[in-house]
Write a protein that binds this ligand. Structure first.
Ligand SMILES: [Zn+2]
Length: 262
């Protein structure tokens, strides 16, 4: 029997607990970049678990795709919200923005946002409080970033999830793109092992929805340029099993309290 991409994903879905899926995207665009193909496949899946796209850091002044004179916090934040909502609609997910300021508005710069969380940063506690208030109590699966590349907002989102969800919720980690495209396999594996010692990689074939993934990324025209899209395609080709197709890679713990990998 030929196993299609949807069938592979459905095999995984069958092994997961029932209940809604919460997709945590630190910023607008992270989930689309890193697991947009999987979200397109989920939208096509007969199993159709209910999905919520939860984006914590939606306030920002970062928007290279809009004119410099328009890059006020108010305008940029509204544009990014609209882009993220359009993507959520495209993948048939409910949309839940948390309206928190991103690192650029909390005193970080391009270098420090890829480092340690500053002592003066109050967002870790605020984020956990928000997540406790909004993450559904009856949840099946949370998809969250591995935080490859070490962006403080990605680390906060991942750690916020880990300290919020109950032990019976399966956590699936996605590789943060485009950051992950810049690391070799050994480094990515080391990142994953630091998050959870039993994490195993699983490539999901997204070849059949590649054009749909690109269409989803076009929702984020204020953010994404040729460099980001090239890195996403390079990563998709590298992760494909067998070679010649495109894939997204996720990491999941394999064991009795988690899930038996297909
Ligand atoms: Zn991000």
């Amino acid at each position: 029997m030929r196993v299609t991409a949807v069938a592979i994903l459905n095999t995984l879905l069958a092994a997961l607990p029932c209940g809604p899926h919460c997709i945590v995207s630190p910023h607008p665009d992270d989930a689309a970049l890193s697991m947009g193909g999987i979200l397109m496949l989920l939208a096509l899946s007969p199993a159709m678990p209910r999905r919520v796209l939860l984006t914590p850091f939606t306030r920002s002044i970062y928007a290279p795709g809009i004119p410099a004179e328009s890059r006020t916090q108010e305008i940029v934040s509204v544009v990014r919200l609209q882009e993220d909502a359009a993507f959520a609609s495209a993948v048939h997910a409910a949309y839940f923005p948390l309206d928190m300021p991103d690192a650029s508005l909390r005193g970080y710069n391009d270098n420090t946002e890829l480092g340690e969380v500053m002592d003066t940063d109050r967002s870790p506690g605020q984020l956990v409080s928000c997540l406790r208030a909004v993450i559904p109590s009856r949840l099946g699966v949370v998809w969250c970033p591995l935080a490859i590349g070490g962006h403080v907002d990605h680390i906060l989102a991942r750690n916020g999830v880990l300290s919020t969800v109950s032990a019976d919720v399966v956590i699936i980690y996605y590789e943060d793109l485009p950051y992950a495209a810049g690391f070799d396999e050994a480094t990515i594996g080391a990142f994953a092992q630091r998050v959870h010692e039993n994490l195993q990689p699983l490539s999901i074939d997204i070849d059949s929805v590649w054009q749909a993934k690109l269409a989803g990324l076009r929702c984020y025209s204020s953010q994404l340029g040729k460099a980001e899209l090239a890195a996403v395609e390079q990563a998709a080709v590298r992760r494909a099993i067998p070679p010649g197709k495109r894939a997204e890679r996720i990491w999941i713990a394999n064991g009795p309290i988690y899930v038996t990998l297909p």
